[in-house]
Design a protein around this ligand. Structure first.
Ligand SMILES: *Cc1c(COP(=O)(O)O)cnc(C)c1O
Length: 305
């Protein structure tokens, strides 16, 4: 029986004035980080229609995949608990061994079953893993890592319909380009938004892959993938940490070094090199995912400086 429902409305678009951004006269921030403390940002958008599909098919067990520091895993675990659905997640093994962390702690608290898997197996045998463990469970539905796929893109595309004006640019943190594809689809679907440009800030070294994925959309929308990884996924430099500290103290808005911190830091480069100019309107999409900020790895790094 379905239990509680998420009553998640639209997220606000706020003016963003920050001393840390080159020019912020026409800068706005869409606060998807405020959607929910754990099921935040694009992870909720990407899960929404997967959950919808599960409920339509009468599936009561959601199975997915994630690293030990996965916002998707935590979001799925919490959603399952709220909606009365069982959840399981395959976790990349070597990270699981490396010691428990607050993501895994939360996932278990929400009642998720965690299954550590060796890295090679995890990488290339996802559907086999699902079939081996849950092939006989008719209630089980497999959800792609990160909530990718058409359902994920559709969920993200809806946020375009929440924008109160037509921006010249949308900037966001990008990893698998599912969010980017959703934004592009939303712009294609909403009348009058065809001229808005999407800037996807690649937070890991897979910009070329992201570009190929987006090319498949063959859309008229103007989009660009920019390098913003600072050496790789979850890597950082002292400038990024100082930027995050100053921005947070100056605006009261939390950003993290894995995703939104890097993307916002990267906006400055786009403003300096003229990709974005000061007369244009920019919406920065805050994709949420604050848990990453509280990893020991970063807490210690900020402490040291
Ligand atoms: C997962 C995540 C992203 C990346 O989204 P993709 O759809 O994989 O590109 C960006 N920001 C945050 C906070 C995330 O958790």
């Amino acid at each position: 029986m379905p239990k509680n429902a998420f009553h998640i409305g639209q997220s606000e678009v706020q003016r963003l004035v920050s001393d840390q951004i080159v020019f912020s006269e026409n800068l706005f921030i869409k606060r998807d980080d405020l959607i929910h403390p754990v099921v935040s940002g694009n992870k909720w958008r990407k899960l929404k229609y997967h959950i919808d599909t599960a409920q339509k098919l009468g599936k009561t067990h959601l199975v997915s995949f994630g690293g030990a520091f996965s916002n998707h895993m935590a979001a799925l675990a919490c959603s399952g608990a709220v909606l009365g659905l069982k959840t399981s997640c395959f976790i990349r093994g070597d990270e699981f061994e490396s010691k428990s962390n607050h993501f895994l702690f939360l996932a278990q608290l929400y009642g998720m079953q965690l299954i550590p898997v060796e890295r090679e197996l995890y990488k290339s045998h996802k559907s086999e893993l699902f079939h081996t463990h849950f092939g006989s469970d008719e209630q089980a539905l497999m959800i792609e890592e990160g909530g990718a796929g058409d359902e994920g893109e559709r969920g993200v595309s809806e946020l375009i319909f929440e924008l109160p004006f037509v921006p010249d640019h949308i900037v966001h943190a990008s990893a698998t380009a599912t969010t980017a594809a959703g934004l592009i689809k939303g712009l294609m679907n909403r009348k009058g938004f065809e001229k808005t440009r999407v800037h996807s800030m690649a937070v890991l070294k897979n910009g070329a892959e992201q570009t190929s994925k987006l090319q498949l959309l063959e859309s008229e929308i103007d989009w660009l993938v920019h390098e913003a990884d600072m050496g790789g996924y979850a890597k950082y430099n002292p400038q990024l940490l100082r930027f995050i500290e100053a921005f947070t103290a100056n605006t009261g808005i939390l950003i993290d070094p894995v995703y939104t911190g890097k993307a916002l830091y990267g906006i400055n480069e786009l403003m300096r090199d003229g990709t974005i100019n000061s007369t244009e309107t920019v919406v920065f999409l805050h994709t949420g995912g604050m848990l990453g900020l509280f990893s020991d790895y970063y807490v210690n790094a900020f402490g040291k400086k």
